[in-house]
Design a protein around this ligand. Structure first.
Ligand SMILES: NC(=O)c1ccc[n+]([C@@H]2O[C@H](COP(=O)([O-])OP(=O)(O)OC[C@H]3O[C@@H](n4cnc5c(N)ncnc54)[C@H](OP(=O)(O)O)[C@@H]3O)[C@@H](O)[C@H]2O)c1
Length: 337
């Protein structure tokens, strides 16, 4: 008997990471049914043109609108990769929290379309059945380490205390707690800044390397913080991490219960990031002005040093993220080709 095709849903697939994930999943659409959600009225046309076998659904995670249509039309999701929403602004109010709670709507919508016997044949109650089924397929993605740690030391480990300094971080921690308590399978990825080439259908927001490149290319003096440290991760490394976890679950059927820092190997300030961009593109370093983050009032608390220890990631998945400088080169090479 032919094996049932597995369904993978990328929530927020029209976004930066989502589009890179979809592009990486596209070659597997002979074996997988892949769909994504978007929030804008229409999905990005260039993305649909480039990936014709991938289905698009409009969904609003704040209200849950559109989620039932996914269950009804696409069916029960085997592997769900929520990548929405994004905001680098850490001052997001309660709506941010609601968006994460919206993930729950999604999971419930998926469960409704799922025959309970498929995964668990010894489930005692409807409630635990729903949770079990849901959480067999859910991968909670991307709690930015940007906000879940307090940011007062270097190279945070996963087991270090989470102490978010703003509402955005609090909502991520709340979502993590929910997932850990309720899910039998999950992967919580705490991501640093994600950088890399532009997407098939360009995203409107400013991308970090491209923004630095554009200001440095103008030859005018630009200020960069010298005392806020991150471990930027190349987008394709992030995609590899997710696909590796997906493979473990989809092919091997192994239980997945992980919480991982996902960052690059280098602890860098914005100043050092700009210097790498200048080096790779041969710009004059004299235009890069070093300033303290405390010289600017951004209106929200921003942790100083949230560099991360990625030993667990490299040991568990045997994935070694590339250095920041190599990632910058790869970004420009990909955009030039
Ligand atoms: N990018 C980074 O540097 C970074 C770093 C750490 C963690 N993260 C996390 O990684 C995830 C993905 O980031 P990203 O940069 O790829 O995000 P992004 O480009 O901003 O994409 C956001 C996605 O969410 C959708 N969306 C927005 N509001 C929504 C709503 N109310 N209901 C349902 N969907 C909604 C968007 O749909 P439309 O396209 O239709 O608007 C889009 O598909 C986020 O959770 C973010 O917090 C990102």
């Amino acid at each position: 008997m032919a094996e049932e095709r597995k369904r993978v849903l990328v929530v927020g697939g029209s976004g930066y990471l989502g589009q890179h994930l979809l592009a990486a999943l596209a070659p597997a659409t002979d074996r997988l049914d892949v769909a994504f959600t978007h929030h804008n009225q229409a999905p990005p046309q260039l993305l649909l043109d480039a990936l014709p076998s991938v289905r698009a659904f409009r969904a609003d995670l704040r209200s849950g609108d559109g989620l039932e249509a996914i269950s009804a039309s696409f069916g029960q999701v085997r592997f769900c990769i929520p990548t929405a929403p994004s905001s680098s602004s850490s001052g997001l109010p309660a709506s941010c929290l609601r968006l994460h709670v919206g993930l729950v709507h999604l999971q419930i919508a998926s469960a409704c379309a799922c025959p309970l016997v498929v995964y668990y044949n010894a489930v005692q109650t409807i409630l635990s059945a729903v949770h079990s089924i849901l959480m067999k397929c859910v991968v909670k993605f991307c709690s930015p380490v940007l906000t879940v740690y307090e940011g007062v030391k270097s190279f945070y480990k996963e087991e270090d205390e989470t102490l978010p300094v703003n509402m955005y971080g609090k909502s991520k921690v709340a979502a993590e707690k929910f997932i850990v308590e309720k899910c039998s399978n999950y992967a919580i990825l705490r991501s640093s800044i994600i950088y890399g080439p532009q997407t098939v259908s360009p995203v409107a927001k400013s991308l970090p390397i491209q923004w630095m490149d554009s200001v440095l290319s103008q030859g005018q003096q630009v200020e960069f913080f010298n005392d806020e440290f991150r471990c930027p991760v190349y987008v394709k490394d992030m995609v590899n991490v997710i696909l590796s976890l997906a493979k473990t679950w989809l092919s091997d059927g192994k239980k997945v219960q992980v919480l991982l820092n996902v960052g690059g190997p280098d602890r860098v300030s914005r100043l050092q990031m700009a210097e790498s961009v200048a080096t790779v593109h041969g710009y004059n370093h004299n235009t890069i002005k070093s300033v303290s983050a405390s010289s600017v009032n951004r209106g929200v608390a921003s942790p100083s040093d949230i560099s991360m220890d990625i030993t667990k990631l490299t040991q568990m998945l045997s994935i070694k993220p590339i250095s920041f400088q190599d990632g910058v080169r790869a970004t420009f090479d990909a955009e030039a080709s």
